[in-house]
Design a protein around this ligand. Structure first.
Ligand code: GLC
Length: 458
């Protein structure tokens, strides 16, 4: 099938996923699979909608994105309260749906209080801010972002990350399953995927917040957080051969300001031999999580790709991440771009870390499965760094399967050859992710919706 026909089919499917509220388009549902019970896949997820929204923005369909931003903002709690069954002030829901009572429609939000595992979505409010900025760039409608309710919305979400906290790191502390990986996967604490998004949201907020007396405190808080966050990620999350050598010979139990091994990482917790063998000399990447005596050396695509796209990592690191993807293509891309994380947790690790979750068996779903939605992030990262050939190659691989397999949510197996065991078909962000990748490769000017000017580490 020609790629023109594939694009046409994708557009039909994307149109079909649009949901309406009081006659206005306000979002896209997660999946339109007629064969599997919907559970919550008939809802509009904030994170999933970002891929659709970027495609709509590129195509000039700014109305749906504006409606989405307005409706979701109304769902954000504006007052603090002590009732633990209510969402915190500033939180954005994981998803929402349009329900009705009699003839009256209303928007019903899920802040994770209905979700499987009752996981709270830390990423929603961050994606929302990033999307608002993309909307402003695409539509030039700065008035919307400057409205008092939007300015307040940004401030309240950032308060959750910047003001109340239990630790003294520049990273944001989140519970397990707080992002795209919304099940237990060892991502409690300071997972990279959330930190990269946090960085993007901070940068976006600096552009969006007007310098008013009300915003002054928040603007200062962002400014004083950006550089320490950037340094922490670039230095302490970074893994390459040189860094591995340093960690291998770390002293432990160091006290005080001079400590080199700040997080007290024990050498025995790191698979040095496997890593030394796997990491090419020209490659490098950001580790998946960092905390006290914890350096999770799994490769997480979302965080690494976002770090390249947003300039959270420097130019050399960006190339090293792309080198790694290129040189370890059969592990990270293989038959479907691309692995959500690599490698999979197996045996006792799988049992202990995931709670023996059957959906997250080794090389399935979040645990080493391949997610086509990541195609647009791979394309954006590659195109940004002038390495379009990587993106072309990945898109060509995806095109071979996506339509035939009816746009699955994810693929399984070490090489991504099997359609995911419980994958939905007609998964909207698979469809939108493909369309977005095609748009970005055809016109790299659209990259400006998601890229940021580099911040100098100072
Ligand atoms: C799954 C994914 C999550 C996504 C949701 C809807 O729960 O883990 O990231 O938002 O499905 O597609």
């Amino acid at each position: 099938m020609s790629d023109r026909l594939i694009v046409e089919q994708a557009w039909d499917a994307l149109e079909h996923s649009i949901i309406y509220y009081q006659g206005r388009p306000v979002g896209t549902i997660a999946a339109c699979d007629p064969d599997i019970s919907a559970l919550n896949y008939d809802q509009c997820f904030i994170r999933d909608f970002v891929s659709s929204a970027l495609v709509f923005l590129i195509k000039g369909r700014t109305d749906i994105v504006r409606n989405f931003l307005e409706e979701t903002l109304k769902l954000q709690p504006k007052t603090g309260q002590l009732d633990c069954s209510k969402p915190s002030r500033g939180l954005m829901p994981a998803s929402f749906k349009i329900a009705s009572q009699g003839s009256k429609e209303y928007v019903k939000a899920d802040f994770g209080n209905h979700a499987i595992g009752r996981v709270a979505p830390a990423d929603s409010c961050l994606w929302w801010i990033v999307l608002l900025r993309a909307y402003v760039i695409a539509s030039q409608d700065t008035d919307l972002a400057h409205q008092a309710d939007f300015q307040e919305g940004i401030r309240l979400s950032l308060e959750l990350c910047l003001v109340t906290r239990f630790d003294m790191y520049p990273m944001v502390l989140v519970p397990d399953g707080a992002g795209m990986i919304d099940r237990r996967m060892g991502l409690y604490g300071h997972p990279l995927d959330i930190q990269a998004l946090f960085y993007a949201a901070l940068q976006a907020s600096l552009e969006l917040l007007v310098p008013s007396p009300e915003n002054q405190f928040m603007i200062q808080a962002i400014q004083s957080r950006l550089v320490p966050l950037l340094r922490q990620i670039r230095e302490n999350y970074w893994l390459d051969s040189d860094r591995l050598n340093v960690i291998y010979r770390f002293q432990v139990e160091e006290y005080g300001e001079e400590a080199l091994n700040q997080f007290n990482i024990y050498s025995d917790s790191i698979p040095f031999y496997r890593l030394a063998n796997w990491l090419p000399e020209a490659g490098g990447y950001l580790a998946g999580n960092l905390g006290p005596s914890q350096l999770d050396c799994r490769f997480f695509s979302l965080g690494n790709l976002l770090a390249v796209i947003t300039s959270l990592v420097d130019e050399q690191q960006s190339h090293r991440i792309l080198n790694l993807i290129e040189l370890r293509w059969s592990d990270l891309v293989s038959h479907m771009p691309m692995k959500l994380c690599y490698p999979a947790l197996e045996d006792t690790d799988w049992k202990i870390v995931t709670g023996a979750d059957p959906k997250n068996r080794p090389w399935s779903y979040h645990n080493g499965g391949s997610w086509p939605v990541l195609l647009w992030m791979l394309t954006a990262a590659a195109k940004k760094m002038d390495r379009g050939e990587l993106a072309h190659h990945a898109i060509a691989i995806a095109e071979r399967r996506l339509v035939l397999d009816q746009w699955p949510e994810y693929y399984d197996g070490p090489d991504g050859r099997l359609i995911g065991k419980e994958a939905r078909k007609y998964q909207t962000w698979t469809i939108a992710g493909y369309l977005l990748a095609k748009e970005l490769i055809a016109n790299p000017d659209h990259l400006k919706l998601v890229t940021f000017d580099p911040v100098l580490p100072g």
